[in-house]
Design a protein around this ligand. Structure first.
Ligand code: HEM
Length: 198
């Protein structure tokens, strides 16, 4: 793919990734998010954090299956969007749900397991976002950087657990996310075993 076409594709993807946020804000301002708009906003941001996380993990399998070797060059942006949505989701909780009551937030994190694992996955995302620059990759060295970024699977597992533990009755949605994650992880393990066997 020509550099110009790739740049255009990247810009388009960048703008597309903002659509979920814009549509949530639009819904909030237009009062069309339902009876509990704050909850709908918070949940929408949580949903999109998880979706971006899984889309980021999909890049490598998609490259292997399609042979589109430029796909990994979009991964950093998708990963940073995951962090961006996670930050907004966290901020919606801190601001709109808890009104910056840090004592109550601390208590919630300790006492409610679904918040504990959500918070853990958010905390673990921070070093990955902070080391996403070329300078940091160079500083850490490829091997150490890759080892650190393997934490993304743990983060995704915690994020699915966060959702699973949050829902009280119908677990269909978190189960679908869990199945997708298991498939993505399974593929990685399969490829690693095959590589080892050679
Ligand atoms: C990578 C990090 C995280 C991901 C992927 C994530 C994802 C999600 C998802 C998918 C939902 C359910 C949305 C739905 O019902 O459709 C959710 C709900 C929720 N999350 Fe997270 N979350 C993360 C981090 C956090 C953190 C750090 C907190 C707070 C400390 C948090 C607090 C909540 C709360 C309170 C809800 C329920 C929202 C409500 O009912 O108003 N999450 N999250």
């Amino acid at each position: 793919m020509s550099p110009r076409l790739f740049a255009r594709l990247k810009t388009t993807l960048f703008l597309l990734c903002l659509v979920p946020l814009l549509s949530l804000v639009y819904g909030l301002l237009g009062d069309s998010l339902g009876a509990n708009p704050i909850e709908a906003l918070s949940r929408g941001l949580g949903d999109w954090t998880l979706r971006f996380l899984l889309i980021t993990l999909l890049v490598t399998p998609l490259r292997r299956f399609t042979g589109l070797n430029w796909l990994p060059r979009l991964r950093r942006m998708l990963g940073l969007y995951t962090f961006f949505y996670a930050l907004l989701h966290f901020m919606s909780y801190v601001w709109l749900d808890q009104f910056f009551d840090w004592a109550a937030i601390g208590k919630d994190i300790v006492k409610r397991p679904f918040i504990t694992v959500g918070f853990a996955s958010f905390l673990l995302l921070i070093p990955l976002a902070a080391t996403s620059t070329n300078a940091m990759i160079k500083r850490l060295g490829g091997q150490r950087w890759r080892a650190l970024h393997r934490a993304i699977y743990l983060i995704a597992g915690l994020a699915v657990l966060h959702y699973w533990w949050m829902v009280k009755k119908d677990i269909t949605q978190p189960a679908i996310y869990a199945a997708v994650l298991a498939l993505l992880l399974g593929l990685r393990v399969y490829w690693a075993v095959r590589r080892g066997g050679r």
